[in-house]
Design a protein around this ligand. Structure first.
Ligand SMILES: [Zn+2]
Length: 163
């Protein structure tokens, strides 16, 4: 019952939108991949509830550790979050990983990576957000390159996006 209530309170209709107009839905995340030639950017954004497990300010040592652990997973395991086909030799380098407040009640986790591939991506891109963060069930992915523009909804890491 508690989960249902939280979902309703966080629905995009009731929660004031930030300047980026993105929805804040607990358990959901957004990944955007932008590629220009062999170089690009990957951005991950999700309500902290699905990543850290809470959105209040981290006060206790245990809460601070949960935040640190989650951010270090995003820093060090980007290749498990967005899984590029091995043949394309893509590498993700974290540029910025942070947790920021969204109003008084909510918090968002954001990770920004530089992407460099050694060959054009010809196979499928897969995702491991749920494996890394089990409370994050659903990821909306957008892919934009000089060749194509695609989007996909990935639930429980099932499915893939073919550029
Ligand atoms: Zn929230």
């Amino acid at each position: 019952m508690k989960t249902v209530l939280i979902l309703i309170l966080c629905s995009p209709l009731l929660f004031p939108q930030g300047k980026t107009q993105k929805a804040h839905v607990h358990g959901a995340a957004q990944i955007s991949i932008a590629l220009d030639g062999l170089k690009g950017e990957v951005e991950f954004e999700a309500p902290a509830e699905g990543i850290v497990g809470f959105e209040s300010e981290a006060r206790t040592p245990a809460q601070k550790k949960l935040v640190q652990d989650a951010l270090s997973i995003l820093k060090n395991r980007g290749a498990e979050l967005v899984i590029f086909p091995a043949s394309s030799g893509c590498k993700l380098t974290p540029k910025e990983v942070d947790l920021h407040r969204e109003g008084a009640q909510h918090a968002e986790v954001h990770a920004h990576y530089a992407l460099v591939c050694s060959k054009p991506i010809t196979g499928e891109i897969k995702f491991g957000a749920t494996r890394l963060f089990p409370k994050t069930r659903e990821v909306t992915v957008t892919f934009v390159s000089d060749q194509s523009q695609k989007s996909a909804k990935i639930v429980g890491d099932a499915g893939a996006l073919k550029p």
